[in-house]
Design a protein around this ligand. Structure first.
Ligand SMILES: Cc1cc2nc3c(=O)[nH]c(=O)nc-3n(C[C@H](O)[C@H](O)[C@H](O)COP(=O)(O)OP(=O)(O)OC[C@H]3O[C@@H](n4cnc5c(N)ncnc54)[C@H](O)[C@@H]3O)c2cc1C
Ligand code: SF4
Length: 483
């Protein structure tokens, strides 16, 4: 155990975010450095519980008390060994995970939970800077070829596991760069892209091959893929977005979040869809919406308003979401702090009824109405209709599943009741040798789940190809967050 009294003597502490007026002038990550002595105190708060619920909170089963103890004892090298044993990419989760582990931390029952995610990211950042993250080259090759379609966290995790198991792995990506939503969805201020590039260097040195700008199903047919590879992993994400079919939807200036964010992620200053000087309205109160807010603010928007149909969530755990569930709480993401009036620009319990034309086919305003809660089916409240200025609107309302295009049709995969690609316990679809991992099989989810699925699917593929496997299998395809 780290420090038997650590949880009594130290409060939870996280690094400061850089001042708003400074950070909105650049695209760098928002957090200041966190000095090592402070981090040691945070690790010391871990109580090394007999039953560490944080293990279960984390879909990867990260060995959290073990690495907290190692950090407390300054054994950083052993800490990264333990961390990498369960997580291929702690530099992604340590920055981006909403940390269900912390919601399940036993200390969280009557105090602030251990700052698990911060300890995680500091371990991997130190490991990279010390040169401890080196290629893990397989001892012997199997001669089997595996295609991974889609290079988000699920595809990358599967590819790394299978390459290390000795298979020849090729990752196909239709975008011009590897990373999936890590690259072109999530903005630089949440995770600088250099973290992806650094990890890809390791993967290339291990032997994983990457082919970008290849739309599988079109540039290479499903049939060719089957002929050229012994097994296939589908990890193309849940890219089919939810739309808002109200009057004026086709006006210029109304975009899906994933039409707005990728060009901004490619060219921060000169994106073709630019918010400079515009009144921006972000529809959808989740993380994707927050990413649109932070991006619009950095592009110099005149104003940014976020709309959400659900009522404002509570600031602390309601009785219906007790420990150790992952509660829905009111969050103050860095992007929200950057809004002009703080909370004032986040409007809850409203529904958009129309986008208003300026007479030239360009949106100029948005009409909305206050609504009752979900129990009433979001019934509009009479007399609450109003109009707000809107020159640029982003729809951040989630995703409904994978695109059912040439790839999935060509392979002939079946779908589950929710429209995701169906799979068995080994992550294999109804097509022999074709597996599915990440959002394409699970539906819209989180990076930590995608990595866990990629690892588990890799073990299914390895067994399929060789008849046995020593690769870990962290989660069943049916595992769900504790809510
Ligand atoms: C804007 C945004 C912000 C988010 N922020 C967070 C966050 O902060 N924390 C968090 O935990 N989760 C976040 N998420 C969710 C998270 O990014 C996803 O759950 C995760 O990336 C899913 O991983 P994946 O590997 O399954 O798919 P993806 O990351 O979606 O990658 C799929 C890849 O497959 C490629 N592809 C698809 N079809 C083909 C084809 N036919 N041929 C070749 N390539 C193909 C796509 O181009 C894409 O690059 C966010 C999501 C969005 C949209
Ligand atoms: S990956 Fe996420 S859930 Fe797992 S330990 Fe890290 S922050 Fe917690």
């Amino acid at each position: 155990m780290a420090d038997p009294k650590g949880f009594l003597t130290h409060d939870r502490e996280l690094p400061e975010r850089r001042p708003v007026d400074v950070r909105i002038r650049d695209w760098k990550e928002v957090y200041e450095d966190f000095p090592a002595p402070k981090l040691t105190k945070q690790a010391a708060r871990c109580m090394d519980c007999g039953i560490p619920f944080c293990h279960n909170g984390c879909p990867l089963g990260n060995l959290i008390p073990e690495w907290n103890d190692l950090v407390y004892r300054h054994d950083w090298q052993e800490a990264i060994e333990r961390l990498h044993a369960t997580n291929n990419f702690p530099e992604f989760t340590g920055r981006l995970c909403p940390a269900p582990c912390e919601a399940a931390c036993v200390l969280g029952i009557n105090a602030d939970p251990v700052a698990i995610k911060r300890v995680e990211v500091e371990i991997i950042d130190r490991a990279f800077s010390e040169g401890w993250v080196t290629p893990v080259v397989p001892g012997k090759k199997t001669g089997k070829r595996v295609a991974v379609v889609g290079s988000g966290p699920a595809g990358l995790a599967a590819a790394q596991q299978l390459t290390r198991a000795g298979h020849d792995v090729v990752v196909f990506e239709r975008a011009d760069a590897i990373g999936g939503l890590l690259r072109y969805g999530i903005p630089e201020f949440k995770m600088e892209k250099r973290h992806i590039d650094r990890r890809l260097e390791q993967m290339r040195a291990e032997g994983t091959e990457f082919r970008t700008s290849v739309n599988v199903g079109v540039d290479i047919t499903a049939e060719q893929l089957r002929e050229q590879f012994d097994a296939v992993i589908l990890s193309g994400g849940a890219t089919q977005w939810r739309d808002l079919p109200v009057a004026g939807r086709s006006l210029r200036g109304v975009y899906q979040a994933m039409e707005y964010l990728p060009p901004a992620n490619k060219d921060f200053e000169n994106s073709p869809i630019n918010a400079r000087g515009k009144h921006v309205v972000v529809i959808g109160g989740g993380d994707t919406g927050a990413d649109c807010i932070g991006t619009a603010i950095r592009q110099g928007a005149a104003s940014v308003t976020q709309l959400e149909i659900m009522p404002q969530p509570p600031a602390s755990r309601p009785g219906a979401q007790p420990w150790p569930t992952f509660p829905t709480l009111f969050k103050m993401e860095s992007a929200h702090e950057e809004l002009a009036d703080g909370e004032g620009d986040r409007v809850y319990a409203v529904s958009t009824t129309e986008f208003v034309d300026d007479g030239t086919g360009q949106v100029r305003a948005l009409r909305l109405v206050q609504v009752e809660g979900p129990q009433s089916g979001f019934k509009p409240i009479p007399g609450t209709e109003r109009e707000i200025p809107a020159d640029l609107v982003t729809l951040s309302m989630g995703f409904v599943g994978p695109e059912k295009g040439a790839l999935l049709e060509g392979l002939g995969v079946e779908y589950d009741a929710r429209g995701n690609v169906a799979r068995d316990k080994t992550y294999m679809t109804n097509v022999d040798g074709v597996f599915v991992a990440g959002d394409m099989g699970r539906g819209q989810s989180l990076i930590v789940w995608a990595i866990a699925e990629g690892r588990a699917a890799a073990s299914g593929v390895d067994r399929f190809l060789t008849g046995e496997t020593a690769l870990p299998y962290p989660i069943l395809p049916t595992a769900r967050p504790l809510v």
